[in-house]
Design a protein around this ligand. Structure first.
Ligand code: F6R
Ligand code: MN
Length: 188
């Protein structure tokens, strides 16, 4: 090596039933107040804001944000709905668009909604042991349609970064809502 950067191995224990890490470098809760504008039913969202429920949690191990390295985390989307729309993550593109991600679902049920800036949309079911590959250039959002937390192990390039702004502004072209007790994918 010609510089002082030299990564060290890291290990961590994961509780696959809860998504918790034994020694996370970062753990955060995303509450409704931080994303309520993303839901279809603003009246329902306003009513829930007093209680301000946690919609999802992320447990991370911070690794070097460099090409060649990997970042990884546990993503835990809680069960629930805002109006008829299921709890979901904010969703994002990677700042470096040419970076992909792998999600391995370990518990729960739901969907991975993916979309490109050109307007292509794909949605894949998430069930325990389902591995979804999110290619480079695809925005992605997890949606929990079940009664238990939807838990995934996520791995992505170290330098990927997160661009939330585009989705905050434009949203996704599809939503997943409950109709007659079942999840239905609808156009926005
Ligand atoms: C990382 C990634 C996931 C999400 C997590 C929370 O690139 O895709 O770990 O960060 O599921 O969702 P967002 O980041 O959309 O709030
Ligand atoms: Mn990502």
């Amino acid at each position: 090596m010609t510089n002082s950067y030299f990564p060290r191995p890291v290990d961590v224990k994961i509780n696959m039933a809860t998504g918790e890490l034994d020694s996370p470098d970062s753990a955060y809760d995303r509450k409704l107040s931080q994303m309520y504008t993303m839901y279809e039913d603003q009246e329902a969202a306003q009513k829930l804001l007093g209680a301000d429920p946690v919609i999802y949690k992320v447990y991370e191990k911070k690794l070097p944000e460099l090409p060649g390295e990997l970042q990884w985390c546990m993503s835990v989307t809680l069960p629930g709905k805002v109006g008829r729309e299921y709890y979901m993550t904010k969703g994002h593109y990677h700042s470096v668009r040419e970076t992909a991600e792998i999600y391995l679902c370990v518990a729960g049920e739901g969907y991975m909604l993916m979309e490109t800036e050109q307007g292509d949309v794909e949605i894949k079911e998430m069930r325990p042991n389902t591995c979804v590959y999110v290619p480079a250039y695809w925005a992605h959002r997890s949606i929990n349609t079940g009664g238990e937390p939807l838990i995934s192990f996520c791995v992505y390039p170290g330098h990927a970064g997160h661009d939330y702004g585009s989705i905050e502004t434009k949203g996704f072209k599809k939503r997943v809502v409950e109709i007659d007790g079942k999840p239905v994918i609808i156009d926005v």
